[in-house]
Design a protein around this ligand. Structure first.
Ligand code: ZN
Length: 304
């Protein structure tokens, strides 16, 4: 029997990526573009165009389905998108209908950080485990949960919001309306904010990291603090779910050399004794492909 192939999308506020993926995880074609600030229908047209080009590149006329990793934590079963802070023009639109109409394919949507977690579980850092937690440290912080070998999506696809665990009662105000959320202490945005407060000549989290690597003490302290908060947040997840592994991905994971040790220490200190040494922490392996691969896997799992 011929291997099944799906198209998979990872839609972000900055970039949109579409790939053609086989059931064994081989990427046959890939296309990407800037998301831009267009209307909802312009964005859906762009996605359809990238999909068509992927089909042409892969020499495939008919795909089995379309999987979509979307930055929302509120997904209706039928495909209606809830709050999308980074691409708000798509709020309230029906992604299954819009992409389905343009491609003729059944569409399955999943939260982007959940997709990345599933991608790593399928082909990356957590492959071969049963219970895995993924955390994506970027401009914001997302998360995903693999429970008993399956992606746990929760009601309306909203599971895994590790970024909004309240670490500091009455702490820094968060975009979610709360305050003291992990995202406000561990994201790229948070690292840059702390860098500016410390008077560092840095315009990005990456530059704060470079200063830390060059032995700048204030920059090093920012990553120690960030790692301590991250470990504390992960200990809550570790105590709740007792995973085999925690996989850390996203752009901020590039700062691993500065934050890993304080993260590990704080995770150890704040976890229950029976699991503090047992849980593994690993850096994600799939980079930008994690989301599309996870969206593809999720779609294959739901094909009959
Ligand atoms: Zn929050």
């Amino acid at each position: 029997m011929k291997e099944r192939v799906v198209l998979a999308l990872d839609l972000g506020g900055t970039n949109v990526r579409v790939v053609a993926v086989t059931e064994s995880g081989e990427i046959l074609a890939r296309r990407h573009s800037q998301t831009g600030k267009g209307s909802a229908s312009e964005i859906y047209d762009l996605i359809a165009e990238l999909a068509e080009r992927c089909g042409a590149d892969a020499g495939i006329k008919e795909f089995d389905a379309f999987g979509a990793a979307i930055p929302t934590t509120d997904l209706d079963e039928s495909g209606v998108l809830g709050s999308l802070p980074n691409i708000s023009q798509l709020e309230g639109t029906n992604i299954s209908r819009e992409i389905g109409r343009r491609t003729g394919l059944p569409v399955r949507a999943v939260n982007d950080a959940s997709a990345a977690t599933l991608g790593e579980f399928w082909l990356g850092a957590s492959k071969g485990t049963q219970n895995a937690v993924g955390i994506t440290l970027g401009t914001g912080v997302g998360g995903g949960l693999i429970v008993d070998g399956r992606l746990y999506t929760g009601t309306r696809g909203g599971a895994g919001e590790i970024g909004h665990i309240r670490l500091v009662p009455g702490g820094i105000k968060c975009g979610c309306g709360g305050s003291g959320c992990l995202e406000q202490y561990c994201s790229a945005t948070a690292i840059l904010r702390r860098g500016k407060q410390a008077g560092l000549a840095a315009e990005s989290a990456r530059e704060v990291f470079d200063l830390a690597q060059a032995q700048n003490e204030a920059a090093g302290a920012i990553f120690s603090e960030m790692g301590s908060y991250l470990g504390l947040g992960l200990s809550i997840v570790n105590n709740l779910l007792s995973p085999d592994i925690i996989v850390i991905g996203g752009g901020v994971a590039a700062g691993w050399a500065q934050f890993f040790e304080p993260t590990r220490e704080s995770l150890y200190e704040n976890s229950l004794p029976d699991r503090r040494s047992r849980v593994k922490i690993m850096r994600a392996l799939l980079g930008d492909d994690a989301g599309v691969l996870g969206a593809a896997k999720y779609t294959f799992q739901h094909l009959n």
